[in-house]
Design a protein. Sequence first.
Length: 201
Amino acid sequence: MMMGLMKTSVIHAMAMSLGVLLWLCVAVPGASAVQDSNPTGTPEDKTPITLATDSKTNVIIYHAPDAPISVQMAAKELARILRAATGATFEIRTEPATPMISLGSNDSAKSVGLDGASMPEESFRILTRDQNVYIVGHDTRDDQRTARGGRSWGTSYGVSTFLERAVNVRWLMPGPVGEVIPQQSSLTISSLDIIEKPDFA
């Protein structure tokens, strides 16, 4: 079982290194982004969100205690890159607390109308609400496969897109040597509502 977990972690780390290149070129050819006009019916929140100030932050990264390994690995990669960008330490927790970056399907995400299980395979949505960032995708459980026999890492793809759009991170090639992470000790992002899904969905 441990070998299986290690193998899954290695595979996922490779996918995260490919980042947006994997999302656009391999996993979901022809993926398209849609700026959605408030489909959840909740009031639109245009307030900017401060993620870090002078290399300090009170924003946590949250995922459910039973989140799939792909979501847990995405949380670690998000924390690593945000620290590299800002110098701030973003704690990963399994209990929600505002302000937070919430990953995957959980009760907090569902409270703003987001449920990965209802999304197409490999799709995701990034939404800001009430000083929180929600990144939710269709994620297969650790013991599940998609109808095509593969896995769906929607939240992981969402994290890569968030880092590209909000933090201006670029992946020019797989591995650390291909990462371009802008240095910015203070980081404030605009409101976001992004939906992406593959053409086959």
